[in-house]
Design a protein around this ligand. Structure first.
Ligand code: SF4
Ligand code: SF4
Length: 67
């Protein structure tokens, strides 16, 4: 999967959910559900996340790395 979530960083603020144009993200109780079938890897959610919890590993968006 190209879009990945760092669950330790995620504050479950819901910002990415509202930013997703294809409604691929859903905030459930203490987890963020990513619908891989709906995700177009546009990177919008990666841009809006205030804590850098989302990252794309392929495509046009530069991967977010911690190391
Ligand atoms: S990369 Fe784009 S389509 Fe995929 S979950 Fe994020 S905002 Fe939605
Ligand atoms: S914007 Fe970031 S911190 Fe907020 S719910 Fe999405 S992944 Fe978690």
């Amino acid at each position: 999967m190209a879009l990945s979530l760092d669950r330790e960083r995620c504050a479950y603020c819901g910002g990415c959910v509202g930013a997703c144009p294809t409604l691929a993200l859903e905030l459930a109780e203490l987890t963020l559900i990513i619908d891989e079938d709906l995700c177009t890897e546009c990177g919008a959610c990666v841009q809006v996340c205030p804590v850098g919890a989302l990252s794309l590993t392929v495509g046009a968006v530069t991967p977010v790395t911690d190391s």
